[in-house]
Each structure stands twice: as C-alpha cells, then as structure tokens.
Design a protein around this ligand. Structure first.
Ligand code: 2AM
Ligand code: CA
Ligand code: CA
Length: 271
C-alpha cells in the first residue's frame, strides 16, 4: 500500500514538473528515425522520477525509456517501469494528449499501475486485485462487444506496413471504425473505460504497456500479444488489449494468418 500511495504522489508531482517545464523552451531531437522524437523534457522527467524513487527506496530497480535500467535482465524484487512522456509526438505538436506511465511489478507479478493524462490532470491508477480508478472514481467492469459494433484504437502506420498490413486491413474493414490517439498508455485507459473496445499495436516496449496492462486487467480486460500469447514484461512485443469478447474475436484474425505469423516471428522471435 505504501508503494501505491507513493506512486500516486510521485506521478502527480512529475505531472506538475512537466506542466511547469512547458512554460520554458525545450529542445527536440530525433532518435533512430526523423519521426521518432525525444525532448529535454522526456529526459528531465525520467531523471526526476528515477531520483525520487531511489531516494525513497534505494533497493528498488527502475527501467525507463530514456536510458535507465538497461542492465535490468530479470524481474526480481520491486521493478518500476517508466515512460516519462508517452505520446511525445503529441507533446511536441499538440502540447496535449500525452501521458506519464508507471508500472510496478514485484517479483514479476503486476502490483500497481499509474497513468497520468498530464494536461487534463486525470490520474488513472490500480492496485492489482483492488480495482482501477480514474482519480477517486472506481472504473466499472467492461462489457463484451463485437468488432462490427466497436471502435478500436489502431495506428494507420501498421495498416500500410508490408507483411502485416493485409491483416490489419481486414480488421479495419470489419470494425465499426478506428481511432488513433498517439499514446499507447491513453489507448489502454480509453479501453479500460470502454471509450474504445480494443487497442492493437504491432510493436510496443515494456514502458508503453507496463502500467496499462494492470489498469485494464482491473476492469476485466485482457492483454496478450496479437497471437494471443502472454507478454513478457521485459520484452518488446505486439499488443492486443480489449474486453474479453472482442479480444477473442480479434485474435483469430492474426492467429489464422500464416504470413502475419511469419512477420511477427521475424520481428519478435519465437515464444
Ligand atoms: P512514445 O511517445 O513514448 O514514443 C504512438 O502510436 C505510440 O507508440 C506511443 O505510445 C509511442 O510512445 C509509441 N511509439 C512511438 N514510436 C514507436 C516505435 N518506433 N515503436 C514502437 N512504439 C512506438
Ligand atoms: Ca511510449
Ligand atoms: Ca516516451
């Protein structure tokens, strides 16, 4: 419980830090490709979170997108998995629609998830087994839906990608419609609230889903990779998150498609 209360305070303070920092200029750099951006604020926020955790809990371990914890190879003890800004393109272009995401795992088991929609100042949080909340309001259990009557969150980049796009195209054709929000963490909380019924990604990293998976599970949602396999919290993978009914329905598109499976194995390896 102490870690849970600490986590809520920490992410709120990190949100204050970002909102304050946005009043000054910040630098934007490209990472591996020109559309993959990182800013000073990503680095500074990760450092802020990292230092606060270690000040309080020197024995805890931390993995962060912007470089902390590259030496972490197992899930022993208390592990914090941090994305200081999820939706950096939204942060740079829109100055809104981005989140801080923090997941806590103890000996590899989900413990607590925190996602702060920074500019709306909405804190989504869950303690495993104790329900998920938006601020002080408990989120209800999700209802099963069918794809034909559902909105799903999906980035169009995956629909046009060679080797996998044909499968996503079938999903798009059969869905009521798609939405693309640009932050995986916000896609998870939108799914948890039924704003969309599912969210699909061909490639995410642990910091993108560590918190979201825990929050979604607490509303009755299911998260696996697109082939229906369990996600390893230390590895990048595809992600299929949704209510149990649509999750089962969507899984069939990917598991019945040999070409998709081969591309998936090439990108993510054998389980
Ligand atoms: P980021 O903003 O922390 O980079 C956007 O569709 C979502 O995908 C965001 O959660 C974003 O996280 C993540 N993302 C951005 N670039 C990515 C990439 N090259 N591979 C996987 N995920 C990515
Ligand atoms: Ca991210
Ligand atoms: Ca990020």
């Amino acid at each position: 419980m102490e870690i849970y209360e600490f986590g809520k305070e920490l992410i709120s303070e990190a949100g204050d830090f970002i909102r304050g920092r946005m009043l000054e200029d910040f630098r934007v750099d490209a990472k591996l490709n020109p559309n993959d951006l990182v800013t000073d604020v990503d680095h500074e926020t990760e450092a802020f979170i990292y230092e606060r955790i270690l000040e309080h809990w020197p024995e805890h371990r931390i993995i962060g997108e912007e470089g902390h914890g590259t030496d972490v190879e197992d899930t022993r003890g208390v592990l914090w998995i941090v994305d200081p800004i999820d939706g950096t393109l939204n942060f740079v272009h829109q100055l809104q629609n981005f989140a801080i995401s923090i997941g806590v795992y103890i000996d590899g088991k989900p413990y607590a998830g925190f996602i702060l929609d920074v500019m709306n100042d909405n804190l989504y949080h869950a303690l495993a087994g104790k329900g998920a909340y938006k601020n002080d309001v408990r989120l209800g259990r999700m209802q099963d839906t069918h794809l034909a009557k559902s909105l799903i969150a999906l980035n169009s980049n995956w629909v046009i990608k060679e080797g996998i796009g044909h499968t996503f195209t079938e999903v798009v054709k059969d869905a009521r419609s798609t939405r693309s929000y640009g932050s995986a963490a916000l896609d998870f909380v939108n799914t948890a609230q039924g704003i969309v019924s599912a969210a699909l990604f061909f490639r995410l990293h642990p910091w993108d889903y560590a918190a979201g998976m825990i929050i979604l599970a607490e509303t009755g949602g299911v998260t696996t990779n697109l082939l229906g396999e369990e996600i390893n919290i230390l590895k990048k993978d595809s992600v299929l998150a949704g209510n149990p009914g649509i999750h089962e329905e969507l899984k069939q598109y990917f598991t019945s498609d040999e070409k998709f499976i081969a591309s998936h194995r090439k990108a993510h390896g054998e389980k």
